[in-house]
Design a protein around this ligand. Structure first.
Ligand code: ZN
Length: 460
């Protein structure tokens, strides 16, 4: 299998650290608002990466973080006139809801930055002790000149970064390219105690801690949108090199931009869409088809015509299932004759996730399933293969039996909500803490606070 590695700017043979296992990290949302359709492209693509590895029998550990402390969250809290933790809680729930609607499989781990604060502080402290970071007036900066690899991921030369950084000159930095690891708290901002006084971490350290915690010092794949290559991923990688001399991940994957009707999406152009708005208009499966019909590294243009085309194409697949007895399709063990389709599909996907080519295989199968000229068992076999391969891309979820892990997901969601209540209580935000308890009670989930922590039961 070949993967395009941003690090080497070439397609490389994918060799996992442990045979048969894939450790995958993709940057998740910063929960200050509903996520937009460009973010949805990244979330959906890495959902497909995970699904395809699983389809090929690999054991995947997929971690996607939630950035719940950030300048943008603080700005939104001021705008909405509510505590920052409430902003984070509100948009985390919204994210989880929308992710589910979008048909994304829940990651194996979904850590929140505020849940790993002691670990983040320890990491920054370790960087400082080893001479890769320095403190200036309560802020801590990473010393980019202290490692030789700085700039290797983004391909940016230090001079270029200096040119960019000069715009916002910061005299506390030794070098204009140095980036913030820890920010001294300003009045009224959320803060944590640290060896450098009260403050909060920078985004780049959060992801280093959350990925390494679940996946180890160096893991297989780190992903995100192409806009994250610099500075976010460059700065994540820099910290890993400083700590261990080794890369954070062996493969860096980045999906391309999304434009709206040929223009860059922006609030000022009034062409900004949240995933929630788009999901109110279109089926999640149509959105999935639309994204996967293009190669993930190409830019994609979000326009109504292309979406309508995606909807028509999908109808074609569903018509194929209707044209045969679908129960037989689901129940029938794979009937021979279409293994070559699976081989073709895998070849396309093994070539740096060429989903467009893989979808062409699905079209051919749909065509055969509908063909009146073929005997019924053969048509059922084609439909069966369509169902099997489409599933590897996350299609046909609506045809599945109700997912067995729904209970499991519910449990995870309740625990996540409770973790927010714990944060609220830590901040002495009793109003939010009580509201969470009462809202859960209205849904039949009863919380009890014990010495060991908060437990819950479902009212019957
Ligand atoms: Zn990240």
């Amino acid at each position: 299998m070949k993967i395009y590695n941003t690090m080497s700017r070439s397609k490389e043979e994918f060799v996992p650290i442990k045979p048969g296992k894939v450790k995958l990290y993709a940057c998740g949302p910063t929960v200050y608002n509903y996520f937009h359709i460009g973010n949805a492209r990244a979330f959906l693509f890495f959902d497909v990466v995970r699904r395809y590895f699983e389809f090929r029998g690999m054991e995947v550990t997929y971690v996607q973080n939630i950035t719940d402390i950030d300048d943008k969250i603080i700005a939104q809290a001021i705008e909405e006139g509510i505590p920052f933790s409430e902003v984070a809680a509100k948009y985390t729930f919204a994210f989880l809801e929308d992710a589910k609607r979008l048909g994304l499989k829940a990651p194996h781990f979904q850590p929140r930055a505020t849940g790993v604060m002691p670990e983040i502080i320890a990491l920054i402290h370790a960087l400082q002790k080893s001479g890769h970071a320095y403190e200036a007036d309560g802020d801590v900066y990473f010393a980019t000149a202290s490692i030789s690899q700085y700039g290797s991921l983004s391909g940016k030369k230090v001079e270029e970064q200096l040119a960019g950084a000069r715009v916002a000159e910061n005299t506390k930095k030794r070098n204009a390219a140095d980036f913030t690891l820890w920010k001294r708290a300003k009045a009224g901002e959320p803060e944590w105690d640290s060896p450098w006084g009260k403050g909060r971490p920078g985004w780049h350290s959060e992801c280093v801690v959350m990925s390494r915690q679940y996946l180890g010092e160096t893991f297989d794949i780190h992903g995100g949108g192409v806009d994250l290559v610099f500075p976010h991923h460059e700065n994540e990688q820099a910290q890993a090199y400083a700590l261990t001399g080794k890369p954070l991940a062996n493969y860096w994957m980045h999906n391309g931009f999304l434009n709206i009707e040929g223009e860059k999406m922006s609030k000022s152009l009034n062409n900004f869409f949240t995933a929630r708005e788009i999901l109110a208009e279109y089926d999640a499966e149509v959105i999935r088809f639309f994204f996967l019909s293009k190669h993930y590294r190409s830019p994609i243009d979000f326009n109504r015509e292309l979406i309508a085309e995606s909807a028509r194409a999908l109808k074609n697949f569903h018509a194929a299932f209707k044209s045969v007895d679908f129960l037989q399709v689901q129940d029938s063990p794979s009937i021979g004759g279409y293994e070559s389709a699976e081989r073709e599909f895998n070849e396309a996907m093994d070539d740096d996730f060429n989903t467009a080519k893989a979808i062409a295989v699905l079209f051919e199968l749909a065509h055969q399933a509908k063909s009146a000229e073929l005997p019924m068992p053969e048509r059922i076999a084609a439909a069966h293969m369509l169902y099997h391969l489409g599933g590897a891309l996350g299609f046909f979820q609506s045809l599945e039996e109700p997912a067995q892990d729904i209970n499991h997901l519910t449990e995870d969601l309740i625990n996540l909500i409770i973790s927010y209540r714990v944060s609220a209580r830590t901040e002495k935000n009793w109003a939010l803490s009580d509201k969470i308890r009462d809202d859960l009670k209205a849904l039949g989930v009863i919380l009890s606070d014990t010495k060991e922590g908060c437990t819950w039961t479902v009212e019957t």
